[in-house]
Structure formats: structure tokens, C-alpha cells
Design a protein around this ligand. Structure first.
Ligand code: XMP
Length: 520
């Protein structure tokens, strides 16, 4: 069987489980391209995707509830292997003539499956007792298999922990192979995509770069492309990728809004313009942003002003350029999934994180989005493979409005200058102590209040700096990082000694929820 990076692909149908995205990531980690569609994708969409296998995700519903999500008919008719996970297994069973019932008890947590028949799916999963540790999370369970299926593993409370109909290549598991709590989850996913679906392990940085460059060259031809470069991971990777694909047909505009970290503007120019030879126009717009922000204290109003000014400055620079046909953007796959969900009205906005609205009508460019189908970890690996320094790629996230939301209340240059130095000291010490990589995000926050201190024989009446460091995986919830007191001591002493305008440093001990990560 010939293997091909563009045709070896797995479709994941999402029935609403919190783990659905993880399935897509695990399949990609196994070296196979995958995409996630909503369970009610049309038969035509499913056929057009031309998957070599389909995975049906878990979901919160019960198959017998009114209007419960159904597996589209095309899924059974395509003739490709199927793997149903949890709800996916139950729905498959019910639709193929088996029986699913409400369990007496909900099963949630670790379980050991007894493997009675190591079919292709469970190959190499069993330990010396023919068992394997898995993660369960379900209420309903399959109580009678559909015709053609036979049981392959069970637990004391779940007679059909997994089952298969190998003649049709239909497989089902009640447990969740995509979560790390399932010991051999990776093996199961790999068994499915490789030995059952016949996909090769082709989805890796080197091949993705080669494929993307070819696609970009085809899409762009000899035209000119414009990119808004922020110095963040996504736009940096887009810049490096486009530069490889189309060389000097790429022009980047870097808007320095005066709310960046210490020396960040110079570093971006050094990295992209000097080291990589990319054409970057730096728009120094500090005064303009600060003027627009003068007197404004409301966080949402500040975000909107920063977003609006960005668009204006960027548009002015774009209008100075001739012959641009395309606008490149660093949209990544989770953005695509999230915006599809919010269109269904499921999102609840706590802070407006949409930094950039659309460009004005006179700048009607076609879009180039070379990262649109990639997860963040894939984008990072691509960045490293493209030669962007590791420390830029594995940097903590930095919000679009920058220090604008880390200076509480009104933003002033004096405050931003103090905050930049304090933040830099904090980062230096986190890196030196090895804590930078143990925290997901850390930064200093400027408090526009004065506090009394004493220096030598004198009294100091100066500003307060708060330090914030959090541990989190998804940024939806976060725990304040338990930094060692000695480290906090060293950081606060340095900040107060090295910045005469700071008289006090405090450490933020709030977790999210109820606090958010940023202070505004
Ligand atoms: P919160 O403060 O909501 O932050 O707990 C969660 C994550 O989002 C980042 N954040 C932003 N990012 N524009 C951005 O691009 C924004 O306006 C914004 N506000 C918060 C924050 O840094 C954290 O990583």
C-alpha cells in the first residue's frame, strides 16, 4: 500500500466529549493527519474528507435520550475502519442492533481491563496478567453487542470494555485511550491508525514543512504577501515558513505599540530582519498608543483601543505597499475549532481576547493561513525545525494588549518603563533558577498605588509591583505557582534595589477561578 501524507488521514467525529481534541492530537502524535468534525457533519462532507479511518468520540449524552446524537449513515458505508470511544462505542452498538443500558453506578477513574482476546486493536497492550490499566468515564454501558461483534476485554463492572467485528474493521472501547491515565493508550491509537487503517507515520515537522512550502508556492505563485509579525510563536512560524516558500515576496509589518517587554522590539528586528533576512517594516507607534490610552482606566475599553489602534497603524503601513495580494495570518487549529463552537453560541466571554478585528474594506486581501490545521505543539516543533531559537518558541504566552492589561488603570509611559524592568528581573531569576519552564505563565503587574518604604536613613514613597506566576495546562484553570520563598525573596530584593521607583513587591497567591491569570 503506498503511503502519502495528504491521503493518510483520520476523521474524528466529535460527540461533545471534553477529550475530543485530545484524540485528534494523539492521532497526529502517532504521525497521521487528523481533523475533527462535529458529529452531524453531512454525508458529503465525510466522503469529501476521504478518511482512511474514522474515530467516534465520547460525549455527554445517553444514546436513548430524545434527540441523542446519531452516527451519520455514510460512516458505516464508506468501508473504512471505525473506532468508537465511549459514547461512540455505545452509539455504534445501538445503531447496529446491540443494546446499551444505563449503568447502576457511574464508573469514573482508573480500571484494569482483563483482555480475553488480543485483536488487532489491543495488540501489545496486555501485561503479564493479560491486563491493562485504563481510564473510564461513563454512566451507560453496552449490555448486548451488535451482530458480528465479539468481546475483547472486560472489567468486573463493565462486561464489554472493548469489542470488535474484525471482518468489518469496526472496533469499540468503553474506556478512553486518548488520556494519559490509560497506560497503553498510545499503543491502541497507533494500532488503529497504522495496522488497522494502514496509514504511514508521515505527519512530522520535516514533511509538514515540505508539504506546506509546496502548497504555499502553489497558492501564492508570484504574488506579494503581507504579514503582521508580533514576535509571538504563531506569527513567527508563519514568517519563517513563508520566507522559505516565497523569499522576498514576503513583507512583514511589526507594530511596536510601546507595550512590549524589555527590548522586545529590537529583539524581533534582530531575529527576523538581521538573522533571517526577512523584510520587516517596524512601525514605532508608542506615542500613538499612549495618546489613545490617556485617561482610560476600564480594562475592556483599553483592550478595544489597543485593538483599534493596531488595525489603524497596520492599515496605514499596508497602504504604503504596492501590489500586495495576500494577507498571511497565524490562525491555528484550536482557533478554528473554538470559533466554530462560538458560532453555535456556546462561548461565554469573560474577557474579549480577540485582539484584532478585520481590516478596512479597501484592504481586501486574500488570506493565507499556513497553520490553520495545526495544534500549538505542532506549530512549536515546526518553529524549532525552521531555525527559530528554542527560547522564543517555548516562551510563556504574552497577551495581545501587552503591558496595557498589566498596568492597572491608566497606562502611562513612566509606568510601562518601570514594569518592563521589574518583569525582566523576574524573568531572569525564573530562568536562572529553572522555574521558568515549571510555570506556564509568569509576569509582573504594575500597581498604581504608592507605598512607604525605607532606604538607608531615608523614607521612600513609591510604586508597588505584584508578581504573578501560574501553573496550568489549558489556561482555563490555574494554580498560583508555589515558588520557593528564597527565590521570591531574591526577586523582590533585586526589584526594590534596582528600581528606585518601587518600594514594595507582593506575590499573587490567587488561583483561577475565581481570579483570572491577568489582573485585568
Ligand atoms: P485570563 O486572564 O483570562 O487569561 O485568565 C488566560 C490567558 O489569556 C491571555 N489573555 C489574553 N490574550 N489578548 C490575548 O491575546 C487578551 O486580551 C488577553 N487577556 C488575557 C492571558 O495572558 C492568559 O494566557
Amino acid at each position: 500500500m503506498t503511503q502519502n501524507i495528504t491521503t493518510d488521514r483520520i476523521l474524528i467525529l466529535d460527540f461533545g466529549s471534553q477529550y475530543s481534541q485530545l484524540i485528534a492530537r494523539r492521532v497526529r502524535e502517532a504521525g497521521v493527519y487528523s481533523e475533527m468534525y462535529a458529529y452531524d457533519a453531512s454525508d458529503d462532507e465525510i466522503r469529501a474528507f476521504a478518511p482512511k479511518g474514522i474515530i467516534l468520540s465520547g460525549g455527554p449524552e445517553s444514546v436513548y435520550a430524545d434527540n441523542s446524537p446519531k452516527i451519520p449513515q455514510a460512516v458505516f458505508e464508506l468501508g473504512v475502519p471505525l473506532l468508537g470511544i465511549c459514547y461512540g462505542f455505545q452509539a455504534m452498538t445501538a445503531q447496529l442492533g446491540g443494546v446499551v443500558e444505563a449503568g447502576d453506578v457511574k464508573e469514573f477513574g482508573y480500571a484494569k481491563i482483563d483482555i480475553s482476546q488480543a485483536d488487532k486493536l489491543l495488540a501489545n497492550m496486555a501485561d503479564e496478567h493479560n491486563q491493562s490499566q485504563v481510564w473510564m468515564s461513563h454512566g451507560d454501558k453496552v449490555t448486548k453487542l451488535a451482530d458480528g461483534f465479539s468481546v475483547t476485554s472486560s472489567t468486573p463492572s463493565c462486561p464489554y470494555a472493548s469489542a470488535s467485528d474484525e471482518s468489518r474493521h469496526f472496533y469499540g472501547v468503553q474506556f478512553h485511550p486518548e488520556v494519559t491515565h490509560t497506560d497503553k493508550g498510545e499503543t491502541l491509537i497507533s494500532n488503529f491508525v497504522h495496522s488497522i487503517c494502514g496509514c504511514g507515520s508521515l505527519w512530522n515537522s520535516e514533511n509538514i514543512i515540505e508539504l506546506r512550502i509546496k502548497q504555499l508556492q502553489e497558492q501564492i505563485g508570484n504574488s506579494e504577501v503581507l504579514l503582521g509579525l508580533s514576535g509571538g510563536v504563531d506569527s513567527s512560524v508563519v514568517a519563517a515558513l513563508l520566507h522559505r516558500a516565497i523569499g522576498d515576496k514576503l513583507t512583514c509589518v511589526f507594530v511596536d505599540n510601546g507595550l512590549l517587554r524589555l527590548n522586545e522590539g529590537d529583539q524581533v528586528m534582530q531575529m527576523f530582519a538581521e538573522n533571517m533576512g526577512i523584510r520587516v517594516i517596524r512601525a514605532d507607534a508608542e506615542n500613538r498608543f499612549l495618546t489613545a490610552l490617556a485617561g482610560v482606566t476600564d480594562p475592556e475599553a483599553k483592550r478595544k483601543i489597543i485593538g483599534r489602534e493596531f488595525i489603524e497603524v497596520f492599515s496605514e503601513e499596508a497602504r504604503k505597499l504596492d501590489g500586495i495580494k495576500f494577507l498571511a495570518q497565524g490562525t491555528i487549529y484550536p482557533d478554528v475549532i473554538e470559533s466554530a463552537k462560538s458560532k453555535q453560541g456556546k462561548a461565554h466571554v469573560i474577557k474579549s481576547h480577540h485582539n484584532v478585528g478585520g481590516l478596512p474594506d479597501d484592504l481586501a486581501f486574500e488570506l493565507v493561513e499556513p497553520l490553520r490545521d495545526l495544534f500549538k505543539d505542532e506549530v512549536r516543533k515546526l518553529g524549532v525545525a525552521l531555525g527559530i531559537p528554542y527560547h522564543m518558541i517555548y516562551r510563556h504566552p504574552f497577551p495581545g494588549p501587552g503591558l496595557g492589561v498589566r498596568i492597572l488603570g491608566e497606562v502611562k509611559k513612566e509606568y510601562a518603563d518601570i514594569l518592563r524592568v521589574a518583569d525582566d528581573i523576574f524573568m531572569q531569576e525564573l530562568r536562572a533558577s529553572g522555574w521558568y519552564d515549571k510555570t506556564a505563565q509568569a509576569f509582573a503587574v504594575f500597581q498604581p498605588v504608592k507605598s512607604v518604604g525605607v532606604v538607608g536613613d531615608g523614607r521612600r514613597y513609591a510604586w508597588v509591583i505584584a508578581l504573578r506566576a501560574v501553573e496550568t495546562v489549558d489556561f482555563m484553570t490555574a494554580r498560583f505557582a508555589h515558588l520557593p520563598y528564597d527565590l521570591v525573596d531574591k526577586i523582590s530584593t533585586r526589584i526594590m534595589n534596582e528600581i528606585t521607583d518601587v518600594s514594595r513587591v507582593v506575590y499573587d497567591v490567587s488561583s483561577k477561578p475565581p481570579a483570572t491569570i491577568e489582573w485585568e
